[in-house]
Design a protein around this ligand. Structure first.
Ligand SMILES: [Zn+2]
Length: 105
């Protein structure tokens, strides 16, 4: 029997996607904003596509600030960028890249 895939809405494009295709950002009870890689941290969460276009969109529109009522530090955006850069280079390996790698000759 196929399991129902839980879907969440991206704060940037408002598209519904499977949880594993999204990154979870959590405002901890201590008032910190963290990237929840495990998806299990407690606190108020917001989801965003694992795509740079959505990160940039959320950054511009301040969607995360609005949803979580918290200031997003520059360091967090850099951390998000880093995650994408790592994923594109194949590290860590538990995530499938969303787009096929382009070859330039
Ligand atoms: Zn999105």
């Amino acid at each position: 029997m196929p399991k129902k895939i839980p879907e969440r809405m991206c704060v940037a494009c408002r598209g519904m996607k499977a949880k594993k295709e999204l990154l979870r950002l959590v405002r901890t009870p201590e008032g910190q904003l963290i990237i929840d890689v495990s998806g299990k941290k407690s606190g108020r969460g917001a989801y965003i596509c694992r795509e740079e276009s959505c990160i940039n969109k959320a950054r511009k529109s301040r969607a995360i600030e609005r949803v979580l009522s918290i200031k997003v530090e520059e360091a967090l955006w850099q951390e998000l960028q880093l995650i994408f850069t790592q994923e594109r280079s194949g590290v860590p390996a538990q995530f499938e890249p969303l787009l096929p790698k382009k070859e330039y000759n």
